[in-house]
Design a protein around this ligand. Structure first.
Ligand SMILES: Cc1cc2nc3c(=O)[nH]c(=O)nc-3n(C[C@H](O)[C@H](O)[C@H](O)COP(=O)(O)OP(=O)(O)OC[C@H]3O[C@@H](n4cnc5c(N)ncnc54)[C@H](O)[C@@H]3O)c2cc1C
Length: 419
């Protein structure tokens, strides 16, 4: 019997590992990639260093409409599985103090290179600048039409990514192809994305970074909090906790809710402790103006915005003149400064896609479509995204490898009798 011929739509993270897994199983594999080369997004990951997994992989680090289905995949493909897979092709892991895993070369290009080396050794055919437009069933499998050619495959793996980082190739066309075929797609939205705000002091705060606790509110209800470095920019705020909470925030904006962040600059102190701290400072620094009394406690650039937000107009008045009520207003802004979340950056700037093809469409044991035998779906095109820190690439490897193994492990005979 001849080899199973597998077509992989998309030469990104999940498509490249799917190719390796399927070719190792003896399949004849062709990757169809719309860009002029494979792995363009991979090269940009982790600021060019490729944070390819995390030692704390767990379902609660992921977001999906069908998390229980995703959990089956995440629980059965550990960070050690990812590290072993990559060690086997030459990538030694370097684990940083937060649990992020990078290649010790700290070069994303190493990851692309070793994947290409491995599948080239296995005779995988890479066809770039092939924009897949249509996928149809035929008697022995699938007919795939690109802007250049028509291909016939026994099985196909759709690994075309979502809509995020569109400049690297994932323009949502894979989603559109599956939607046209009748697959259920949950509403997509940019996630791990910088957000825009109307906070009035952004221009003067631009470039100011601070470690703080950030909480996301929707219609007055606190949804989630995270701790880390927040960076102020002229459009709004960014930094790891902002990115982390952004997907949920964008979803709430799209639902028409009033969405805002609250920043706690002193999460280690409660309001009473904060009051004592300020009162003692104002007493011991009684010769100073209210403006100067904050030197050494908060960043210089934040002093005037803090005073203005606390309705203090005379910045030169002695700090001892600040009464209890005003101290509590200052505390409110130090412990829960409100930053409205009005908008977000475009798909091009987003790192991942929230929403996508419903996980209910696939069998999580194999990644095969429940309604079309021989069609497998992997990676970010599915309705799931993970936190910042290697969780998204981990999902791409977990689903890509699984799809590659299962697409290549059933016989041609079994495939054609299913039709
Ligand atoms: C700037 C940036 C940095 C990131 N850093 C990290 C990180 O450090 N760690 C982490 O875990 N995650 C990171 N991510 C997220 C991670 O890169 C993605 O989740 C992951 O690449 C998704 O893999 P994928 O294979 O599903 O899709 P992609 O990697 O997007 O690959 C899809 C491929 O399919 C091709 N394609 C699409 N449509 C078609 C078509 N119609 N015909 C042919 N080809 C098509 C695309 O050109 C693309 O090459 C980052 C994302 C960005 C944008």
């Amino acid at each position: 019997m001849g080899k199973i011929k597998i077509g992989i739509i998309g030469g990104g993270a999940s498509g490249m590992v799917a190719a390796v897994a399927a070719a190792r199983n003896g399949a004849e594999v062709v990757i169809l990639e719309r860009m002029d080369r494979v792995g363009k997004k991979l090269l940009a990951t982790g600021n060019g260093r490729c944070n390819y997994t995390n030692i704390y992989i767990a379902p609660d680090r992921y977001h999906s409409t069908d998390l229980s289905i995703a959990s089956k995949i995440i629980d059965s493909f550990t960070t050690y599985d990812t590290q072993e897979f990559f060690r086997g092709i030459g990538i030694e892991p370097y684990i940083d103090e937060t649990g992020k895993v990078f290649p010790t070369s700290l070069q994303a290009s190493s990851v692309v290179d070793v994947l290409r080396d491995e599948y080239t050794r296995l005779d995988v055919v890479e066809k770039c600048s092939e924009n897949v437009l249509k996928i149809e069933k035929y008697s022995k499998g699938y007919r795939v039409t690109s802007d250049k050619e028509v291909y016939l495959f026994n099985k196909i793996i759709i690994a075309a990514g979502g809509k995020a980082g569109a400049k690297f190739g994932s323009d949502g066309s894979g989603l559109r192809i599956l939607e046209k075929k009748g697959y259920k797609s949950n509403e997509t939205y940019p996630a791990l994305v910088k957000v825009k705000s109307d906070f009035p002091y952004l221009k003067s705060l631009k470039g100011y970074k601070t470690n703080c606790n950030l909480s996301l509110f929707s219609n007055g209800e606190c949804l989630e909090s995270d701790f880390g470095e927040v960076l102020f920019a002229d459009y709004g705020i960014s930094g790891p906790p902002v990115l982390q909470l952004s997907g949920r925030g964008v979803k709430e904006i799209l639902s028409g809710r009033e969405v805002y962040f609250e920043i706690d600059f002193f999460p280690e102190l409660n309001k009473l402790q904060m009051y004592e701290l300020l009162e003692n400072r104002f007493l011991s620094l009684r010769h100073k103006s209210i403006k100067d009394s904050f030197t050494g406690l908060i960043h210089k650039r934040f002093v005037i915005p803090l005073l203005k937000e606390s309705n203090i107009v005379d910045f030169d008045q002695k700090c001892t003149r600040i009464n209890k009520k005003k101290i509590y207003e200052i505390i409110k802004n130090l412990k829960s400064l409100r930053i409205n979340l009005l908008d977000y950056h475009s798909w091009n700037e987003a790192q991942v896609t929230g929403g996508g093809i419903s996980l209910n469409s696939i069998n999580p044991e194999t990644m095969e479509s429940k309604c079309e035998k021989g069609l497998y779906i992997a990676g970010e095109i599915l309705d799931l995204y993970g936190d910042c820190g290697g969780f998204n690439l981990h999902w791409a490897w977990a689903t890509g490898i699984r799809a590659g193994i299962h697409a290549s492990s059933t016989s041609l005979l079994e495939n054609s009798t299913n039709r």
